[in-house]
Design a protein around this ligand. Structure first.
Ligand SMILES: Nc1ncnc2c1ncn2[C@@H]1O[C@H](COP(=O)(O)OP(=O)(O)OP(=O)(O)O)[C@@H](O)[C@H]1O
Length: 252
């Protein structure tokens, strides 16, 4: 189990007068084993935080520590075994010509891990798919099955932290709950720490212990999940965002 600590995370993209600030002075700590949500309207910077934490974006300032270690000082190979990301689109994130076996074995090969076949079998069955699925290709899978494979790939190196970027929003409503339940089970079984981006406050309510409400690259407020349904936010924008979502749920 590993804690994630973010202090003063700031990033601008572009040069000089054209520079656009994407994130400003973001700070939060996610306890080991916690699920922490990031919510806010489109463009508020949620995905950018995950991209900075995973060093897909590198030109940020501030401090990010995983398990007490500066993320920039953790060698790449070791970092991949601490922190993995699951993306929104299971269609785009799997190579169409790679079988599930290849998808799962590649990280094992790169990292030189032993018992590769056994690890791949364990990974696929752990996400609720039969071992025969190792021989399938992405086009032979449903959206939910593809996202299960993407989750298996993220877990195959046994990381401590998963960064989840809208992991269910590309899926049919009926499949969303199955994937969320799977993520909850895996978190408990493997003592994982999650940071979950979602625009869907019902998903955040289901999954997260606490959440940060973002607007235009800033964290406005950090709330306990219990404050969601009762809308106990104090910042006016955070209250408004939650109210709008509750209204939507009442109408839907
Ligand atoms: N590589 C990039 N180059 C330029 N601008 C970027 C880049 N990545 C993100 N941005 C901008 O940064 C801002 C934050 O984007 P980000 O994707 O983090 O928001 P978000 O809250 O995750 O939005 P969404 O819910 O739509 O995914 C947006 O204004 C976006 O246009």
């Amino acid at each position: 189990m590993k804690e994630v600590a973010v202090r003063g995370l700031t990033i601008s993209l572009g040069e000089g007068a054209r520079a656009v600030r994407i994130l400003k002075d973001i700070s939060f700590t996610v306890a080991a084993g916690e699920c922490f949500g990031l919510v806010g309207e489109s463009g508020s910077g949620k995905s950018s935080i995950l991209r900075c934490l995973s060093l897909l974006m590198r030109q940020w300032t501030g401090e990010v520590a995983i398990g007490g270690r500066n993320v920039r000082e953790i060698p790449t190979v070791e970092r991949c075994r601490m922190l993995q990301m699951v993306f929104q689109d299971p269609y785009g994130s799997l190579h169409p010509r790679q079988s599930v076996r290849t998808v799962l074995m590649e990280p094992l090969r790169i990292h030189g891990l032993d018992r590769q076949e056994a690890r791949a079998e364990r990974a696929i069955t752990e996400v609720g798919l039969p071992a025969e699925f190792l021989d399938r290709y992405p086009h032979e899978l449903s959206g939910g099955q593809r996202q299960r494979v993407a989750i298996a790939r993220a877990l195959i190196l046994e990381p401590d932290v998963l960064l989840l970027d809208e992991p269910t929003s590309a899926l049919d409503v009926s499949v969303q709950a199955e994937i969320l339940n799977l993520l909850s089970e895996l978190k408990a079984r493997r003592n994982l720490t999650y940071i979950l981006v979602s625009h869907d406050l019902a998903v955040v309510d289901h999954m997260c212990d606490r959440l940060a409400v973002m607007e235009r690259g800033e964290v406005l407020e950090i709330l306990d999940r219990s404050k969601l349904v009762s809308n106990g936010a104090t910042h006016p924008y955070a209250r408004q965002l939650i109210e709008a979502s509750l209204e939507y749920d009442r109408v839907a």
